[in-house]
Design a protein around this ligand. Structure first.
Ligand code: ATP
Ligand code: MG
Length: 566
């Protein structure tokens, strides 16, 4: 990404809006909309559009509508409608009483279609879909007129009304705009406005057997709602002439301005709803809310906060040029947010038992631990400490390499918030040779993790007291795809070929400190040295489950630093 994309504040859309306000256009009003098609769950790309539309409206004291673009009954469903509303609300935006459905305009859209026919701007065409494509021409060759193009107004009116009445089979007729088959813009070569489809609609049921096309529905819906700035992604740039054409032909209350911006692409993942649906349908993931997916419901389950996503949307900004945003930036935004508010706790993912031989048996003491060094206001909690604890297997090496700043035979480390311990013995399974436990001694003078003599230790480890620890399951996630951009690979294969087989690792029998006993699904914590974790929906009191939302290593900060050096 180039630096220009990082300038928060001004962008080309704000520049347009501010000029419009200054010029008194639309009476100075700003009214946007977020228009999802309810044919899948929302993803992080949609979040960019939501933040942009609702964000601009808030910024300019305007309004933003939520409108379902539900003109494609075969693929749409109330499940998606409900999830979209939940996700927009979760992101922190409120459409108040402005919830709309394009299907609410079906009658009006039909009336407008009659208007177009009457004014000689539309005709009923009997060409098949294949023929229409053939007649359309190419980018270098003009199209040919349909033999139906000169059908009389009266005949088109009659046929169109009978299309609605259900007199003709699916695919037998379409209504087309009459524009220009020689236009250099293919979208202006008599585009289809209506097709016959006997499909039940999730809102209008079987009331209609003709459905309007998206390109026809969208400008009219915008105009009927008094939208001033209709923001959409770049692929609609070539559709703008038709957007304007439709509004120019019809007695609509206003003429919104379509403005295009580059869609968000994110590395190592897929964003198209078709691909997401394929992953869900073929059960490569556990559902739309699988924490590996970039869906909002997946990100939420994984532990993302609305604040992190809104901040991400602001940082990526809007541009006129397609680009690929590094997943590391999204992760960076989550860390920034959770660093401020996640409670620090101790969790040992791969436990190694340590017996502190000089600590009194049956003694349990309570040590003070700060909840968040970034925010003393978050207070402290008590941590039980006893003779038997667990540390991370990785925090011990029998034969440490140079610069191994953790525990090894004869060496001393600090246990966070607790004591200095020194390893005096390594107990192994006599058969397998596997390390079963360590025997250590502790320095009673080092309570809290500090000594009077200021003696240095190799490092600091997290730990949990064995008797009080809770057993939990931890789910570690990695990138969904093994390559950043499948389209950029030498030999482009289907995206399924790039699925990372190690995107999920389930670790059982992890040990966490007892303060987590009350953690509920959605609660987020920093497991010291391990990352930020969120209690999963599958969690029960018998078996708590934690998702790792993100590790602590901030590769984005590194990338940023190296760019500053240049
Ligand atoms: P997809 O291509 O992922 O299936 P879509 O564009 O068909 O998505 P819609 O439901 O039509 O999905 O999108 C609703 C709004 O969100 C549109 O205005 C669209 O431009 C915007 N949007 C969709 N994907 C992105 C993205 N990756 N970045 C920014 N905006 C997006
Ligand atoms: Mg779409």
């Amino acid at each position: 990404m180039a630096a220009e994309d990082f300038t928060p504040g001004l962008n080309f859309i704000r520049t347009i809006i501010e000029a419009d306000i200054k010029a008194g256009k639309n009476g100075g009003r700003v009214h946007t909309r977020f228009p999802p098609e309810p044919n899948g769950y929302l993803h992080i790309g949609h979040a960019k559009s939501i933040c942009l539309n609702f964000g601009l409206a808030a910024e300019y004291r305007g309004l933003c509508n939520l409108r379902f673009d539900d003109t494609n009954p075969g693929k749409e469903d109330v499940e998606y409608v409900d999830s979209i509303m939940a996700d927009v609300g979760w992101l922190g935006f409120d459409w108040q009483d402005r919830l709309y459905y394009a299907s609410d305009y079906f009658e009006q859209l039909y009336e407008f279609a009659l208007h177009l026919i009457r004014s000689g701007k539309a005709y009923v065409c009997a060409l098949t879909a294949g023929q229409i494509r053939e007649f359309r021409g190419t980018l270098t060759e003009p199209g040919q007129n349909s033999p139906c193009r000169e059908r009389s107004t009266a005949e088109s009116l009659d046929l169109f009304q009978r299309m609605r009445a259900g007199e003709f089979p699916d695919g037998s007729y379409v209504l087309r705009a009459k524009i220009d088959m020689a236009s250099p813009n293919l979208n202006m070569r008599d585009p289809v406005l209506y097709r016959i489809r006997r499909e039940s609609h999730h809102r209008t049921g079987d009331r209609w057997c003709i459905y309007p096309m998206y390109d026809y529905t969208h400008p009219i819906s915008d105009a009927l709602e008094g939208i001033t700035h209709s923001l959409c992604t770049l692929e609609f740039e070539d559709h703008r002439p038709f957007y304007d054409w439709a509004l120019d032909q019809l007695p609509v209350p206003c003429h919104p301005q379509q403005i295009e911006f580059a869609r968000l692409n994110l590395s190592y993942t897929v964003m198209s709803k078709r691909k997401l649906l394929e992953l869900v349908d073929k059960a490569y993931v556990r559902g739309w809310d699988d924490p590996r997916l970039p869906t909002l419901t997946g990100l939420r389950r994984r532990g993302y906060t609305p604040e992190a996503i809104r901040n991400f949307a602001e940082i990526v900004g809007v541009a006129k040029r397609e680009s690929m945003v590094d997943m590391a930036l999204l992760e960076h935004c989550l860390r920034e947010d959770l660093n401020k508010r996640a409670k620090r706790v101790m969790a040992v993912l791969r436990p190694l038992k340590v017996v502190i031989s000089n600590y009194p048996e049956n003694q349990v003491e309570e040590l003070d631990a700060e909840n968040n060094p970034e925010d003393p206001g978050m207070g402290t909690r008590k941590l039980p400490f006893s003779r038997e604890i667990y540390i991370e297997q990785d925090d011990f090496r029998e034969d440490p390499p140079k610069k191994f700043f953790r525990l090894s035979p004869g060496k001393e480390i600090r246990l966070k918030h607790a004591y200095y311990i020194r390893c005096v013995d390594v107990i192994k399974d006599t058969q397998s040779g596997e390390i079963k436990e360590l025997h250590c001694t502790y320095d009673p003078e080092s309570r809290g993790g500090w000594t009077q003599d200021g003696r240095k230790v190799l490092g600091t480890s997290h730990w949990v007291s064995a008797a009080q620890a809770l057993d939990v399951e931890v789910r570690l996630y990695d990138k969904l795809l093994s390559v950043a951009n499948p389209a950029g690979e030498k030999e482009e294969k289907d995206f399924m070929e790039y699925l990372n087989p190690a995107s999920l690792e389930i670790v059982k029998n992890c040990k966490v400190e007892p303060s987590l006993v009350a953690a509920a699904p959605g609660d987020r914590f920093q497991f010291l040295r391990q990352g930020y974790f969120c209690v999963d929906l599958d969690s029960t009191s018998e078996m708590p489950v934690f998702n790792r939302a993100v590790t602590l290593r901030d590769s984005w900060a590194k990338i940023e630093k190296s760019q500053q050096v240049k």
